[in-house]
Design a protein around this ligand. Structure first.
Ligand code: GLN
Ligand code: ZN
Length: 756
């Protein structure tokens, strides 16, 4: 049986590509040196795949920044503003990725968006008036030839025409439809060129097929591929889907002239059912995505082998592959030197997943229960991880309706809170963190290296807090924060203080461009071991008479930014974390903290791709997990939440149903459209749509902020409006932070006067 993968990580085992690209940007290495590094990384990965017994390798899954951006370049969809810079092709590419400011001009980058339900971000292609689309596939073919020379069997891959057209944005006044024909033609040329070069298989990724499709979408897809495939000649085309199932178009894609269908058997809830009910087309290969491309756990051989047996009954043209590109997992567990074998034995990163696919293919051709590889896997999968916590499980099991509701209605609470806190109209506050200066970082790194004790470390943190509180009083901010100097990351910090979490050294995953994240791993049942933030908040509160906000991360965000377990449900994990945060909330309250913020920066991120599943599969329990954190506080304790975006028009009722008293969110960049939606639904939660953008060092003027507040007042009643920046200040410097906050407070005071 043939084995393959959908794609491979490209950032490098030790993030070599990241560092090389960043050096190139700083002018420390030449283009040729960067390309050499890239080439070495590509050849290493192909060798790895070959060694592991993978029989066909995807190529052109490599990228200097992003695959969607590569496709835009391949289609010559380079907007005029970048062409005009007159840079080299590589620099033009990077200008599209990150913008350009220099002697050749000043242009903004493509927008960036989350890639389906992952934490990877793609560059949003732009369709511009007069843009001449045509095929420019040098990169794809260069990587194909390069791989062939290495003696592997390469299959070029690209994102497909449909996903491109669905995700691209068209310039104002440009109809996307007018690009259907040119895109089609470019893809036809691509297939013809493949034939000329003797390419056997090409992989076309169409993840947009797992989204809800209406009849116009289906028509567009069929129209595109009827014509594209008519040009394929002797080239075999694999239609690759991932991140879900193709329930809306299985019939259609079965009938089209594809030679292989790549289906996701991990996230695709209906994939098996679709095949059972409709059969699998006899003329096509089934690329069965059975090894999870998104997690770090070994797969359950027994389950997978049974599935393979089933599939073999429907088709004799079976190829084993991953559920999606391995882009979303780290390189190899071999780099983890600090984790014990008791933990590592459960893990499989990209390299180990290659071995799994190969082993599964071999085992499936044998009487596998007798094989050592099978038995070894079964013994790992069935072994007890030793992080079971009966008490936590029982507590979760015992939760009832009332654990998710605050018993005093929000309107009444808000009244009590106003009386208690005596705040002015348009109260000012910040989102939590203050600049993480060199000194703050040095303190942490000294502690991590063991150069100072925890006591010495905390002593410094307390000193930073003191300064921060004094500064805020000087600025005359109404609701203060302690500055979050004890944490560098809003999820890692809590994970480190929870039981059940495990931390890796090298489990880096690309988030966008050269940026990688290293999510912590939920290994067992999660619980709080002791109070985490209380002493910091309590100390901060002791320094002032103003309300001090306690600062926590919410359960959904902690879960979404971790590698989750596979042996329990997401709901179970969210509730466990919710219980841990709840304890912290109650301890903060008991320590006299009257305002507590529970950040849910990643709430929207894992919203299911299909609308019908938003509530049943996600929001129902996600909102409960959030409410579990705060349902136990007194009515006069004010609960805030924060989100780093404002695109929640479509789940606005759900945001209100979090039952927080106040929400702050990012609105300064997104043209405040959300305000209409808030007004329309009669949004109950008091709101602080950020009055300025903290993502740039620019200092907003008083007038500008006054303008923003006035605009907000058109849609939000004055009793419900808060004034704050749009996100935490940790990435900013001190000078611009103080200047901006000063203007913000001045602006709030001016508008307050107007309201009198
Ligand atoms: N409280 C966090 C901070 O201020 C929130 C960060 C975030 O929203 N990403 O940094
Ligand atoms: Zn934020």
């Amino acid at each position: 049986m043939n084995t393959t993968i959908v794609g491979y990580p490209r950032i490098g085992k030790m993030r070599e590509l990241k560092f090389a690209i960043e050096k190139y940007w700083r002018g420390e290495v030449t283009e040729a040196e960067l390309k050499e590094t890239a080439k070495t990384l590509r050849s290493e990965k192909l060798k790895k795949q070959k060694q592991a017994g993978i029989t066909i390798s995807p190529v052109n899954d490599f990228s200097y920044y992003d695959g969607m951006l590569d496709l835009a370049v391949m289609l010559n969809a380079v907007p005029e503003r970048y062409r005009k810079l007159n840079l080299s092709p590589l620099d033009t590419y990077f200008a599209m990725a990150r913008g350009y400011q220099g002697e050749h001009g000043d242009v903004k980058a493509f927008a960036m968006k989350k890639w389906f339900n992952t934490n990877y971000h793609y560059m949003v292609p732009e369709l511009e008036n007069g843009m001449e689309l045509k095929l420019q596939a040098d990169k794809l073919f260069a990587e194909y030839e390069e791989a062939k020379a290495l003696g592997v069997c390469p299959r070029p891959v690209t994102i497909g025409a449909y996903t491109f057209l669905k995700l691209a944005v068209a310039e104002n006044g440009v109809a996307k439809e007018s690009y259907v024909e040119p895109v089609k033609k470019a893809f036809q040329e691509l297939l013809q060129e493949c034939e000329k070069r003797g390419v056997e298989w090409i992989q076309i990724d169409e993840p947009a097929l797992v989204l809800d499709m209406d009849s116009a979408d289906k028509k567009l897809f069929c129209d595109l591929y009827q014509d594209i495939l008519s040009a394929k000649g002797s080239v075999k085309v694999l239609l690759q889907t991932y991140f879900g199932d193709v329930r809306d178009c299985y019939q259609e894609i079965s009938k089209l002239a594809f030679d292989g269908l790549g289906l996701d058997f991990v996230e695709g809830k209906y994939t098996e059912k679709l095949i059972q009910e409709n059969g699998f087309p006899a003329d096509k290969y089934l690329y069965a995505g059975i090894v999870n491309g998104k997690n770090i756990w070994k797969c359950d051989y027994d389950k997978k082998l049974k599935l393979i047996e089933e599939l073999k009954k429907t088709t004799d043209k079976l190829v084993l592959t991953t559920s999606c590109s391995l882009l979303h997992v780290p390189y190899t567990t071999k780099s983890e030197k600090k984790l014990s074998q008791d933990i590592l034995k459960y893990f499989a990163y990209a390299e180990e997943k290659l071995e799994e696919i190969h082993e599964l293919a071999e085992l499936s051709e044998k009487d596998y229960t007798k094989e050592e590889a099978y038995q070894k896997n079964v013994s790992v999968i069935q072994s007890e991880r030793g992080m079971k916590d009966e008490e936590v499980c029982q507590k979760v099991a015992a939760l009832t309706e009332k654990d998710f509701v605050r018993n005093v209605p929000r309107v009444e609470r808000q009244k009590l809170q106003r009386e208690r806190m005596g705040l002015p109209l348009l109260p000012t506050t910040t989102i939590g963190s203050f600049p993480q200066t060199k000194e703050v970082k040095a303190n942490r790194s000294r502690f991590r290296k063991g150069e100072i004790t925890k006591e010495q470390y905390d002593e410094k943190v307390f000193a930073f807090i003191k300064e921060c509180v004094e500064e805020q009083e000087k600025l005359d901010i109404d609701v203060l924060v302690h500055g979050e100097y004890e944490r560098n990351d809003m999820v890692e910090f809590f994970g480190e203080n929870f039981g059940g979490y495990v931390f890796t050294e090298h489990a880096w995953v690309q988030s966008y461009g050269t940026r990688c994240v290293k999510p912590p791993v939920i290994f067992g049942d999660v619980k709080r071991i002791e109070p985490i933030t209380v002493k910091y908040s309590q100390y901060a509160a002791s320094l002032t008479n103003r309300p001090m906000k306690g600062m926590l991360t919410g359960p959904v965000t902690i879960l979404n930014w971790s590698f989750p377990r596979e042996d329990v449900s997401h709901k179970e994990m969210a509730f466990q974390i919710g219980l841990a945060i709840r304890q912290e909330v109650l301890d903060l309250e008991a320590a006299g903290i009257s305002v507590i913020q529970i950040d849910e920066a990643a709430l929207r991120e894992k919203l299911p791709l299909r609308k019908a599943e938003w509530h049943s599969d996600y929001l129902d329990w996600a909102l409960e997990a959030f409410r579990l954190c705060h349902s136990g506080v007194k009515p006069e304790t004010q609960i805030h939440t924060h989100m780093c975006y404002s695109e929640f028009d479509d789940i606005i009722k759900d945001i209100d149903a979090m039952d927080a008293d106040v929400i702050t969110f990012e609105a300064s960049r997104s043209k405040l459209e959300i305000l209409d939606a808030l007004k329309e639904v009669g949004f109950e939660t008091e709101s602080g749509p950020g009055v300025y953008d903290i993502h740039s060092p620019r200092v907003p003027s008083v007038e500008e902020i006054v303008g923003a507040i006035r605009k907000m007042l058109e849609k939000i009643p004055k009793e419900k409006l808060w004034v704050n920046p749009d996100c935490g200040l940790k990435t900013r410097g001190i000078p611009e932070t103080e200047a901006s906050l000063k203007n913000m407070v001045a602006a709030a005071k001016i508008v307050r006067e107007e309201l009198k």
